[in-house]
Write a protein that binds this ligand. Structure first.
Ligand code: SF4
Length: 177
């Protein structure tokens, strides 16, 4: 199911994945509903092996966003990215996705397509801040779970409480000086 363009618009994050550098993090947004992952035999088998329940997760990232309910751990985005924005989160911390969305990561997980921990793993945009907006990851995702939109910085900042509207509409106190 293609990730919706407005997945983060006027919504509140449900999680925050922090980078251990103490500077960077990315939001996790509300689930758009169970999708491809809940029907994929490889993903279901991995959940069963791990003793985990298939449940709604959400969308990881804002400007570089991956719908984890759609992600079937194909790894095409990971392979396509020239600057290693993504990692397989489970290759760094082998925990369930519902726990991962509140965790801190070092970014030391694998950024190699075939090195997924198993098919319950997800591509996580741990280095969202390094994205160069090349869009290579977007079209290669089989379930179209990836959306890259630099304009979503606005929603990242609004959720953080740092958003300041800029532009011609902004009042200039010295305009008539
Ligand atoms: S748009 Fe390009 S740089 Fe950004 S995450 Fe996708 S592949 Fe990587």
């Amino acid at each position: 199911m293609p990730i919706k363009e407005d997945f983060c618009h006027n919504k509140k994050p449900i999680g925050k994945i922090m980078h251990s550098d103490g500077e960077h993090f990315h939001w996790v947004w509300p689930s758009q509903g169970l999708a491809e992952a809940s029907k994929n035999p490889d993903v279901l088998a991995a959940y069963k092996k791990n003793g985990e329940k298939m449940e709604k997760i959400g969308v990881s990232g804002t400007m570089v966003a991956v719908d984890w309910d759609s992600c079937v751990a194909d790894g095409a985005c990971i392979e396509a990215c020239p600057v290693q924005v993504f990692q397989w989160y489970r290759t760094e911390k082998d925990i369930s996705a519902v726990k991962a969305i509140h965790e801190t990561f070092d970014g030391t997980g694998s950024s190699v397509k075939e090195e997924r921990h198993d098919y319950s793993d997800n591509a996580d945009p741990i280095r969202e801040h390094d994205c160069i907006w090349c869009m290579a990851c977007v079209s290669v995702c089989p379930p179209q779970a990836v959306l890259v939109d630099q304009g979503n910085q606005e929603w990242h900042e609004k959720a953080l409480g740092t958003y300041q509207k800029l532009g011609s509409g902004q009042a200039n106190p010295h305009a008539h000086d």
